[in-house]
Every structure is written in C-alpha cells, then in structure tokens.
Design a protein around this ligand. Structure first.
Ligand code: ADP
Ligand code: MG
Length: 617
C-alpha cells in the first residue's frame, strides 16, 4: 500500500482557514479595521458597496508597509505583532495570528497600496485566490489602502449563503460601531453605495456614543468609574427610564476589544434591579481594562467571548460600581438621612389592613352627552391609553372604510356607556348567542352543540393580523392625519430597516412626512392605533424585524403584520362589553384561519355537550 497522507497546497489550506476567519463581509471589515488601528491610523475611512459583497475598501493613515512586508503580509502566519509565545501574554495589539490577510486574499480579489513615511514611492500589490497577479511601485499617500472585491468569488456556496444586503449591512454597521466606540480618538467614516452612513470626528467616549447613537443619547448617560487592582472600569450606563425593549445598545469592551458576556451582562442587570420595567434592557457602554495576563486571549478570532481568571470578582465589582453610579446621580433611590421621621407610618398602623377608598359612581352618568349639549369641547377624563385601545378595538373590527367620520366619532363617544349598543348590534347580536367574559381574559360563547372558550388577546391579534396583511397586499388602509407631526428618533441601523419597510407601513396607514438620517417625522397614522402607541409599536417592530433576519420580502411583510397586530391587540385583563365580545367572535370566524394566532398558538377551545356529559358520569 502506498502512503496516503500529503500536505495540502497553500491555496487550499488558506481557503479552509478563510472559512473560519471570514464568514461574511462584516468579518472582513473587522479584520481590516483592526489592522488599521494596530498600524496607528488616526483617520480611517471605509467604503462599502452592496453591503460589502462587491467592495470593501479600508484606508488608513497609519505607518504603512515596506515593499517586502507588503508582499509578506498575505502569507499565512505572517505577523509583525508577536515574535514568541511569551508575547501572547502581554498582547497590546488586536491581531497576532497573521491569518486575516492570507484568508481574505484566498477568497477575494484584493488590492493593497501602502507607503511608509520615509519611502518615496509606495507599493501596489494585486492578489486573487492567493495568487499575486501584479506588484509594482505606485504613488500613494502615507498609510495603507486595502480593497477587497468580489468576496467568495471562488466559493459560490459561501457566496450564496450570504443574506440580503440589508442584513449584511447591519452586520457591517454593528462591527463598525463596536470598533468606533472603543477608539474615540480615531476619526472614522463609513460610506455605503456612495452615501455617508457615519462621519465620526475625533472625540471623547461620551461624544463618540452620542455621534453614533444620536443627540438624544447624551442626557441618558450616567457615567461609571471604578479603579481596583483587578479591573479598571469606565464608561456609561443608560438611565433606567430610557431602558429599551431590545438589547440593542449593550456594549462591553475588554482592553478595547468588544466582547459578549452574558455573565457580566447579568451583573449590570442586577445593578438595575427594581429600577426597570418588565422586559426592558438597560443600555450600557462599559470599558474594562484588565491585565492581559488575566484573560485567555487564545480564543477563536471571530468569537467575541473571553475567559477571565476571576470572573466572580469582576461581577461583584461591576455590579457595585454601577449601583453606586445610579445612586450618585440620583437615578436610584438612596438612603435619605435628612428625612423627617415624623412622617413615617407608625408600626401598629402600618400593619393594619388597607381599606381601599370608595368612590360613588353614577352608572348612568355620561360625560359625552354633557359635552355635546354644552357645545364646547371639554376634555374627557379617560386616559388616552384606554381611549386608544377602545378605538383600536372597534376599528380593528369594522368592515373596512365604510363608515363616515361622524359615525366613527359617534361610536367613540358612546364607547363609555357599557350598554351593549356600541357596534349597533344590540338586538341581533344578543339574540343570537350569549357571550360573557371570564377573568377579563376569555370570551365564553355558546354553540348549538357546546361552548367555545376564546382567548380574547389571541383572537384580536389574529383579526388585526389578517386585516393588516390585507392592507399591505391588497387595499391600503385609511390614515388619520395628525394635527402635529410626530418626530421619532432612530439609530442608523434602525433607519436602514425602516426605509426597507416604509412602503408596507404606508399601506397600513402611516404617512412619513420626512425621512432623515436619524429619525422620521410622521404626519399620519393608521386609524387602528392611537398616537401614544406609535413609538412603542415602531420600536418593537424594528426589533422584531432585526431578530427575524428576513430573507424574502414576503417574510418581512409577515413580520410587520405580526408585530403590529401583537402590539395593537386588546390585552388580557381588559374588560369587554357584550358587543365588543360578540364582535371579536364574529370577526374571528370571518378570518381565513381562525383557530390559531399568527404566532401559532390556539385561539379557542371547544367543549361539546358530549364531553360535558362524560364529565358528569
Ligand atoms: P495580524 O494582524 O494577526 O498580524 P494580518 O493578516 O491581519 O495578521 O496582517 C498581517 C500583517 O500585515 C500585520 O502583522 C501587519 O504587520 C501588516 N499589516 C496589515 N494591515 C496593515 C495596515 N493597515 N498597515 C500596516 N501594516 C499592516
Ligand atoms: Mg490583523
């Protein structure tokens, strides 16, 4: 038998290695940015076309490369950053493996131009699939420009694996932000298909955060500062009242490198304990400096996890320093020693059971009747929220666009009377079957052969979902004009997404009077929602779209309808009058698919007389 083992040719080995280093355009951005920073660049410019699939170009004004280095940098394990294994434990640079450029050159068309301060001319090298195709002297400014074209041109499978431009661009922007946040002293700019996405001047940490996430961010930041033997911490946490529904703005950096750490994240959340509303995530931008010896840097190049020697101590220090900051900046309640103790409730009194105050209510009182007879407008005393949900409940159930404005206001006025004629269904509806609400959660109704228990929230979500889908794909919905346009700020990332779904949103009734780089102005909204709900609905929608990683346009429309319907639906715990209950029942069974919610949860259950009979045996 002959021997079977042989060494892989370099270009094959490089391609295999590339698979680990380069997953998508964003990985190339990360590697090139890190190299530019390691080279001491003070100004770094990035050009991207088609989310980096066709072009990624990074230009720095760093120290540049000699002719030989320019040639060598594409070899595997070619690095200027470490000489021996010991160097690994005092690492000050981002790179050290000498793998990135070799990997990138194996799977793209790469052109490098570089010149050092003292050299008169620079070097230009072209390399494709690890083959150098040309090398010549050239005129180029001090520093390095690397141009990566046609990523994965020779690995179609990998190329096909890439997501839509929007998704890939989002990864690029994520990577860009992580690097830019950690290096505020470096100027960065990012252009996509010729338009400027970011232009970040030299700044301090606070300014850099504001430049990336928008002017509104400044007032939200609470500084965190701690200096111990194990770790130095600096950075900011967001004030609890600005906590978001998504974990978008959560950044840890260890020795200027972005990392993800669920454990440390928990420490931050723990510091916020009791200050956050349900499901809200605090923002944070925290920079931890530790002795390089105390972390295991020999981790995978593309992974963002890191191993610490003493994670538990880090946890404790982090939590207490954030708690301290929140207290110091009057964000969290702190012990108040000046408080007048005579105001305290005496002990024996505090143990008594509380009797809720009683309010006499006249059930026949209707504020709207008075309003109208008085002629002028008197503000009603219902909260805006309940007005919104009543209205949206009604509107969600109407047969599209048939009633006039006056009819609609009429209904709104009368919605306070829980008399059952809200939808003009009084007689027919009530005569047909009986419904009642159980626990403000279920609608129970009778059938000929049994009873039906309907989850009101899921049912309404299904009804709205189908209505929204119809709006987006068939007949666009009517808008309600806003007296004063609403301005909502979004991050660049969110704006990219929003632009993509703008048309669909307009079909549902939104009118965008202005679309800016960092936000939108809205002059009209769907009749199905109230003004106060708009921001939350859109924020949740963008988050849902982000998490979905949409591939096809269809799935995006579906996510949109799902997200909005979930946000708009009447919630469990809301009291419904008979007419509203019956309308949900009727509209539900007019749906194409009434048995499951858009999220594939059962909407109702049935209990037949037979089944009941069995229970009584
Ligand atoms: P690593 O960064 O791990 O050393 P890379 O493959 O990313 O490996 O880069 C190889 C070498 O090329 C680097 O060690 C550095 O000497 C040189 N190099 C890469 N990019 C630049 C740049 N923008 N400016 C100057 N030198 C660079
Ligand atoms: Mg590198």
């Amino acid at each position: 038998m002959t021997d079977v083992i042989h060494l892989l040719p370099d270009h094959v080995a490089n391609q295999i290695a590339a698979g680990e280093v380069v997953q998508r355009p964003a990985s190339v951005i990360k590697e090139l940015l890190e190299n530019a920073i390691d080279a001491g660049g003070a100004n770094i410019k990035i050009l991207v076309k088609e989310a980096g699939k066709t072009l990624i170009q990074v230009t720095d004004n760093g120290k540049g490369m000699s002719v030989t280095d320019a040639r060598l940098c594409f070899e595997r394990h070619a690095t200027s950053k470490i000489n021996s294994a010991e160097d690994l434990f005092s690492l000050k640079t981002k790179g050290f493996r000498g793998e990135a450029l070799a990997s990138i050159a194996a799977i793209a068309h790469v052109e490098l131009k570089s010149r050092r301060q003292d050299d008169e001319v620079g070097t230009c090298i072209k390399i494709e699939g690890s083959e150098v195709t040309s090398q010549e002297a050239c005129v180029t400014p001090v520093g390095t420009t690397i141009c990566v074209k046609n990523l994965f041109y020779n690995i179609p499978a990998r190329r096909n694996f890439l997501k839509s431009d929007t998704v890939e661009l989002r990864h690029v922007i994520d990577e860009f932000q992580r690097v830019a946040l950690a290096h505020p002293a470096i100027q960065f700019s990012l252009f996509h298909n010729g338009s400027e996405l970011f232009q970040l001047p030299e700044a301090n940490y606070r300014q850099r955060i504001v430049n990336i996430f928008g002017g509104k961010t400044n007032e939200k930041l609470v500084p965190v500062e701690e200096d111990t033997a194990i770790v130095k911490i600096h950075g900011f946490v967001g004030k609890p009242e600005f906590a978001k529904k998504g974990r978008g703005e959560q950044f840890f950096f260890v020795n200027d490198r972005f990392i993800k750490s669920p454990y440390l994240n928990h420490a931050v959340t723990a510091a916020f304990e009791g200050l956050l509303k349900d499901k809200a995530y605090p923002s944070y931008f925290l920079f931890l400096d530790v002795d390089p010896k105390s972390i295991d840097i020999n981790i995978h190049p593309t992974k963002t996890e890191i191993k610490f020697d003493d994670e538990h101590a880090l946890y404790t220090i982090l939590r207490s320093s954030i708690k301290h900051s929140l207290g110091q900046f009057n964000v969290a309640p702190v012990l108040d020693f000046d408080r007048d103790s005579s105001l305290d409730t005496p002990y024996d009194f505090s143990l008594k059971e509380i009797t809720p105050p009683k309010v006499e209510v006249d059930p026949n009182f209707n504020p709207f009747k008075m309003e109208r007879s008085g002629g002028g407008y008197t503000p009603n005393y219902r909260t805006e929220k309940s007005a919104g949900s009543w209205q949206s409940l009604y509107n969600g159930l109407r047969s599209e666009g048939t009633e006039s404005f006056s009819e609609r206001t009429q209904v709104e006025f009368e919605s306070d009377q829980v008399t059952g004629n809200l939808f003009g269904l009084k007689d027919e509806g009530e005569a047909g079957g009986t419904t009642f609400q159980l626990n403000k959660k279920y609608i129970v109704t009778t059938l000929k052969s049994g009873i039906l228990v309907i989850d009101q929230q899921r049912a309404h979500t299904r009804i709205l979902y189908e209505e929204l889908l119809k709006n987006i794909t068939v007949t666009s919905a009517v808008s309600q004009q806003l007296l004063f346009p609403l301005t909502i700020q979004f991050s660049t990332n969110e704006m990219e997404l929003l632009k993509e779904i703008k048309d669909s949103l307009e079909q549902t009734g939104f009118i965008f009077s202005e679309v800016k780089k960092d936000g939108v102005e809205i002059s009209g909204i769907p009749t199905l929602i109230s003004e106060s709900e708009v921001e939350i609905l859109l924020e949740q929608l963008l988050l849902d779209l982000e998490n979905e990683v949409p591939g096809a346009a269809f799935s995006q429309v579906d996510t949109l309808a799902k997200s909005l319907s979930r946000g708009m639906a009447v919630k469990s715990g809301t009291a419904l009058n008979i007419a509203e209950q019956q309308n949900i029942v009727n509209s539900l069974f007019a749906c194409k698919e009434s048995s499951v919610s858009p999220f594939n949860k059962p909407v109702f259950i049935t209990l037949t007389v037979d089944e009941l009979d069995k229970k009584f045996m």
